[in-house]
Design a protein around this ligand. Sequence first.
Ligand code: MN
Length: 499
Amino acid sequence: MTLKQFMKQAKHLSLPDKALIKSAFIFSQKAHSGQKRFSGEPFFSHPGAVALELTKMGFDGKIVSAGLLHDTLEDTSVSREELAKNFGGEILEIVEGVTKLGKVRLKKTWFGLGLPKKERLPEYERQIETLKKMFLAMSRDIRVVIIKIIDRLHNMQTIQFLAPEKRLRFASETLKIYAPLAYRLGMGEIKGKLEDLAFPIVYPEEYQILVQKIKSQQKRQQKVINKAIRVSRRLLALNQLEIINIHGRVKYLYSLYKKMNLAEYDGDIAKIFDLVAVRIIVKNVADCYCALGIIHQRWRPLPGRVKDFIALPKPNGYSSLHTTVFGPAGKPLEIQIRTPFMHEQAEYGIAAHWQYKEKTSRTKNWLKKIFPDSSQGIKWLTNLIRIQKNIKDPYELAKILELDFFSDRIFVFTPAGDVKDLPQDASPIDFAYAIHTEVGHHYAGARVNGQMVNYEYRLKNNDIVEIIVKKKARARRDWLKAVKTSDARQKIRRATQKA
Ligand code: MN
C-alpha cells in the first residue's frame, strides 16, 4: 500500500488530520523498513492495514496516526522522545498504552475449564495481576482499546502464518477478551468477525458440524430472502417510502453456535428464525415505523417477536426495529429496519459517533451511557476495577471475572421500561440489586411478564420484571446459590454477615 492509495481512503478528514496521517505513514514505514512478518510480507503492511481499517471506520487523524505507529515503540529503534517530538504527547501515550497492552499475555491455563489446582495458585495469581493491569490500561483511554481491537482483528486475519500452538492461545484470547470488548463498545460487526475467525481454531469439531448443518438450510433460506427483498422493495415503493438500502444478512457462525446451545433451542437449527434476515435501511425514524406497518400488512408477524430497540435501545447503544413475520411461502423470516445512522452504529459502535462532529442529543445520550463518569473511562470497566481492588482471594476474583466480564449478557426491563444489563441466567435477586441495594435487601418476590416466579428463576432476554419489596424482608444466605452478579453476591454476603 502506497501513501497515495492510503490517503484516498482518508479524503473525508480535515487538512491537519491528513497532514498528521501523512507524516505518521512515512515515519512508520521508515521505522519498520527491512522488517518482515511471518507471512514474508514487509512488516509495515500490518500497521498499515490496522490504520486503514480505523480510517474506514471513520476515526480521526490522531487515532489513525496512532494506529500507524502502534508497533514502533515495541519493534523498532524509535524512542519515546522521538515519538513525542514528532507527534506530541497524546499520540505517544496512546502508542505506549497499546504497547503495554500487547505485553499482557494470558496463559492457556487461564482458559481451562473450572478453577486451577491449589499447587498452581502462584501462577494463577500472576495471571490475575496481568489481567488487572490490562483493565487499568484500558480504562485510562478508550482509544487504546479501539486500536488494540483492530490490531487483533488484523492479526486474526493473518493467523495462518503463526505456529499452531500460538494460534490456539491467540484465538482463545480473542474469543474470551477481545470479542466481548468489541461488543461492549457496540462494534457488532467487528465482534462477529473476531469470533468467526477464532471459532474454527478453538472449537474445530463443533465448527465442522455446524457448517455441515447450515449448508442445506442456508441455500433454502437464501431463496426466501431474495423473494422477500423483491416484494419489500415493491411494497415500500408503492407507499412512496424511500429505501436507502435493502439487503440480506447471514448470521455469524459463532453467534449461531452459541444460540443453538441455549436451552430453548436444544441444538435444533430449525428453531432459529434469524439464520438469515432482511435488513431495510430507510431515511429516518418515522420511516422505520412506517416500513414496519407496511411489512406487517403484507406478512403477518409472529406474536411476541416484534422488538422496538429504537424506543428501547440495548445498553451498548444498538437500535433498530426487529420483527419476525410469516414471509414468502409462510416461512418465518426476521426483518430488521433501521436508519443509516443506526446501521453505522450497529456495525462500528463508538466509531459511528466519532464522525458526527457536532453532537446531536442522541449521540450525547449514547456517549453518556458508555462514559457516564468521564469522557474517557468506561463505567463497567471502572466498576470492575473497583470491585477487584477489594478482593484478595484469586478464586473469588476468577469467579467474578467469569460472571461479569466474560459471560454473555441479557437485557431485562422494569415495568417502567428501564433496561438492565445482566449476565445470562441471572436471577430476579440480581435484578433487584441492580435496581438498588435496598430493593435487593427487602426482596420479597418477583413477577416476570406478569407471572409470579421464585428467586431461583433464570431471567431471559426481554423479560419484564417487577420486584415486590416488603419492609420486613431480609437478605438470605441461600440467595447466594441463585445470584450471578458479583454486585449482588457481595451485598448479600455483607448483609448476612452482620446478622
Ligand atoms: Mn500490532
